[in-house]
Ligand binder design. Sequence first.
Ligand SMILES: [Zn+2]
Length: 274
Amino acid sequence: MIGGAPAEDPALTRDTQIEHLHPVLRGGIERLHRELATAGLPFQLFEGFRSPQRQAELYAQGRTRPGRRVTNARPWSSYHQYGAAGDFVLRIDGRWSWDDQGERAHWWTRLHELARGVGLDPISWEKPHLQLAGVSLDDLRAGRYPGAGDETWAENLAAAISGWNGPPPAPPLPGGLPERPALAEGAPEPSPAPAEGVREPGPAAARPGRPHRVSARAGLRLRGGAGTSFEVLSVLPLDSVVCVLATRGEWSLVDLEGDGVADGFCYGSFLVPC
Ligand SMILES: [Zn+2]
């Protein structure tokens, strides 16, 4: 069984991983970085993808928690939750700076001009924020995601969606998730002792009795039950190996330590047989 408190939840930390962003935004950001360097403007990506949990924390700041308000967007109402926005901030002498006074006022104007040139839209009320042009928040919330999404973007978004309890409800899963090949003809059926009330796996579910590897780049939440309404016990990092004891619908009951004792449930789509 798991002992001790879970480690710091990576969902709450600032994410600068370019692979978590939609590939079209990623391409725009790479071009923007080059043009900023040419122009001698020291802006860098401060935050890219932002989990709905982190959005909820930032939204609470200045409302139900101490501090000044930093955002008016609730979870799933910011482009950041869809990997469709990046915040650019000045990086001077090893420190982040939001300074927009004096000659630096013009730097921010140039940032916005260069961003528009590479297909990124600034917003008037938050200078660092640049979002993918040509897609609306309504589109994103309805699951009408921009085309040309790739696996690293889709898997990260899917992990955020499957790990969210709401409110508000999470958007639909993106397409483009990797599909595991079908089981080979004649593959032996292991005979585990499933827990009471646990039914046999469907064709797409993880296979009981075998070690599996976590394939979610942002980590996979271990929950107290088979559903997103159950509490998160911990987050299993990418490439962790677990043993699937049984499945319940899309969910897998897993043993982390190989001692045959159940530790919790994970969403089975992110468990790949080893
Ligand atoms: Zn932003």
